[in-house]
Design a protein around this ligand. Structure first.
Ligand code: ADP
Ligand code: SF4
Length: 694
């Protein structure tokens, strides 16, 4: 198919200083939990995006000096010449597919804990370290500033030697020294680097000039800058120091990559921000500079992208998450395959990888992070090896992805779903407050399945073991999902809670079914720590109920610190008027009251209750799987070679895990998958020769 002429503007070349981007799709720097520990995986993940049509593909943060060590975060590294070949792997992979490779140099200052190097961090002024480590950064003197400039210059040259086309001067996300110099709340210096904004941007100006002088025409020099911190008078603001900084440096860099700081403001989830949410804060930058501007905002709508360019907001469609969910997004637009775009759902499970120091995962794209180690490509998949017919039971995210990927491989697939609509538990979840975009997981897969003539779908078809065996399929995947427990058993409670079997106790599934009458106050009990308890609390409050949010954790939706939503969810709970009770668990449940026990002291308190909604754990709906797998002779008689539980039926978890499980099933159906050793390639450290001691 040809591309829609309305989208031609997105495929214009754009000059960035001495280099030229082939179109307007720009993968901005983004963390991925791979970097220095898994450099081949990182390089392969980036290369695939270049193959998918992105014109510019950048690294994550790349720390460039041991005094600015970002450990334990797993980012890229250019501390010395030794790192150059490692980073060259990414640059080479990206350029092989015709994209420009960008390197985001970072010096964290008080945001670098130097946990590996044990150096003392430096900042514009003496100040406590940001984040989770005790200790303080020391104030930089003039010699330190000179050192820092030299280190940055050397790093720019190393980035050039590694083959990058663009080098960044990074002053964003409140994670780097140059932003701290611009910030009036951190920069309390009285010399020429402190005081008026002209002085506070001095270091940034010098570093841009240094970089340009060092790399000449070999590379472009980009600036990534937080033009707005949403931090009131103390912060960098789009109508204050943010604008002044861009005005003062206007045409000095070759490109402005602008956003809202900190990272949790920049990468907000769909529950809290719409596509394009940064436009009001960054829309003015293009009027202040003649250099190209990159803006982000979880753009997946092509019309919105066009209006971003035509409306004069930005020259490039910046993307991190949309490029993770669909590395081939530009190519699909170019080929006129808009319906094939796998849209990001804005859940930030990808961010959770980085936050937990593990390679990132994506709810929509099960191949992310698997490009190198398992050899999975987001668009291509090996043709089937054999003629078998496959039955997939259950059309939730696991079953849909298994059927889709098997269909793509050319297998004859039958998908049987008990309900009258496909989607499984996502149909219920995506109707809860703020989670509508999660339906994209279903929509994309259902759309793809429609294009596969070798996949038959039967709705309203609840299968039992006899029926499955009668059909005579070679392989059966059981993706029958899970349901929430009503009895509060889970992480904290390993034995029944006295009194919990009484009236007025509802599981999340009961609430989502819409068939229960809640009574005030509605006590939502969170021992799950992800989003479910908070969205049910919102739902109940939206129906006019008084809500009490009790959690076994120190704060609401505790795990969502890893998706950078926790602060917003806590604020939302406060806004809906919920009474928040933390660090307590159920001791006894009565008809009208609940006795809670303090996690630390076991001291008891009582709260009134109308309804109680325990959100603790789910049970796998694996009866069909057990009936089938438990009778091997009957399977043999029916000619069924394998029965496999996938997704929540195997173990309830994140949607990302269900999609990955379905995809993996399809990939490995006809392969020998080792179980006694890792089923993927690993990147092993090279042992240093000077052992035991030099
Ligand atoms: P997952 O997240 O693992 O995909 P879900 O709970 O979202 O799991 O989806 C499971 C799907 O399986 C639901 O749509 C449910 O209706 C369907 N299902 C459950 N049991 C059967 C069965 N015996 N036959 C057909 N479909 C079933
Ligand atoms: Fe988007 Fe979620 Fe994938 Fe991240 S994990 S790219 S937010 S769909």
């Amino acid at each position: 198919m040809a591309r829609d002429p309305r989208y031609d503007v997105l495929f214009e070349e754009v000059s960035i200083g001495p280099v030229t981007a082939r179109n307007r799709f720009y993968q901005v720097p983004h963390c991925n939990g791979m970097g220095v520990h898994y450099p081949s995986a990182m390089a392969a993940m980036r290369s695939v995006k270049a193959e998918g049509g992105w014109a510019v593909v950048c690294t994550e943060e790349c720390d460039f000096h041991h005094t600015g060590d970002v450990a334990p975060a797993i980012e890229a590294r250019l501390w010395s010449e030794q790192d150059v070949p490692i980073m060259a792997r990414m640059a080479e992979g990206v350029k092989r597919h015709g994209a420009l490779a960008g390197c985001e140099l970072v010096y964290g200052g008080m945001a670098s804990h130097n946990l590996q190097s044990r150096e003392i961090a430096m900042a514009p002024a003496a100040i406590p370290m940001q984040g989770f480590a005790p200790g303080q950064a020391r104030a930089m003197d003039k010699a330190d500033i000179a050192d820092f400039r030299r280190w940055h210059r050397q790093a720019a040259l190393r980035a050039r030697d590694a083959g990058f086309d663009i080098v960044y001067v990074y002053a964003g996300h409140n994670l780097c020294l140059m932003q701290h110099f611009v910030s009036r709340r951190y920069n309390t210096r009285t010399d020429e680097y402190g005081g008026p904004i002209e002085n506070r941007v001095r270091l940034m100006r010098e570093v841009i000039e240094d970089a340009k002088d060092a790399v000449g025409d070999a590379m472009a020099v980009a600036v990534r800058f937080a033009v707005e911190e949403l931090a009131g008078d103390d912060g960098i603001a789009a109508d204050g120091d943010g604008r002044a900084t861009v005005e003062l440096l206007a045409d000095l860099p070759d490109l402005w990559d602008v956003n809202v700081s900190e990272w949790d403001n920049d990468s907000q989830t769909a529950r809290f921000a719409e596509e394009g949410y940064q436009e009001p804060f960054v829309g003015w930058v293009k009027q202040v500079t003649s250099k190209p501007v990159v803006a982000v905002g979880r753009y997946t709508s092509v019309d919105r992208m066009v209006s971003l360019v035509n409306g004069g907001v930005a020259d490039f469609i910046g993307a991190a998450r949309p490029s993770i969910a669909d590395p081939f997004l530009p190519r699909k637009i170019e080929d006129g395959r808009i319906d094939d775009i796998r849209e990001c759902i804005g859940c930030n499970i990808c961010v959770g990888g980085d936050y937990t120091f593990a390679p990132m995962r994506c709810t929509q794209n099960p191949t992310t992070g698997e490009e190198w180690r398992r050899g999975w490509h987001p668009e291509r998949i090996e043709a089937r090896n054999g003629d078998g017919r496959v039955l997939v039971v259950g059309g939730g995210p696991a079953g849909l992805e298994a059927a889709r990927a098997l269909g793509q491989r050319g297998y004859a697939v039958t998908l049987a779903e008990a309900a009258t609509e496909l989607g499984g538990h996502l149909n219920r979840l995506s109707r809860l407050p703020g989670l509508a975009s999660w339906a994209r997981v279903v929509d994309w897969r259902v759309g793809q399945l429609r294009e596969l003539p070798n996949v038959e779908i039967f709705m309203d078809s609840r299968l039992d073991a006899d029926q499955v065996r009668e059909f005579g399929f070679d392989r059966v995947a059981v993706a029958t999902g899970s349901h929430w427990r009503r009895d509060a058993l889970g992480r904290t409670h390993r034995a029944p809670v006295p009194g919990l079997d009484g009236a007025g106790v509802f599981s999340p599934d009961d609430i989502m079914s819409g068939e229960v009458a809640l009574e005030d106050p509605v006590v939502v009990y969170d021992d799950d720590h992800y989003v479910m308890a908070s969205v049910l609390a919102e739902l109940a409050a939206g129906r006019g109920h008084v809500v009490v949010y009790v959690t076994t954790a120190p704060d609401v939706a505790h795990w969502t610190h890893n998706t950078m939503e926790q602060g917003r969810i806590q604020a939302r709970m406060i806004e809906i008027g919920a009474d928040i009770v933390t660090n307590k668990h159920l001791a006894r449940v009565g008809g009208k009251e609940i006795e809670l026990a303090c996690n630390f002291t076991d001291r008891r308190t009582r709260i009134e209750r109308g309804s109680l909604v325990p959100v603790t754990m789910r049970d796998a709906d694996d009866a069909l799987y057990r009936a089938l797998a438990g009778d091997r002779p009957a399977l043999d008689a029916a000619g069924v070679r394998s029965v496999t539980a996938i997704g929540d039926c195997l173990a309830p978890g994140l949607v990302a895990a269900a999609v990955h499980g379905g995809h993996r099933y399809a990939r490995e159906l006809d392969a020998e998958t080792p179980v006694d050793s890792p089923p993927f390639r690993r990147e092993l450290v090279a042992l240093s020769p000077d052992w035991p001691h030099p």
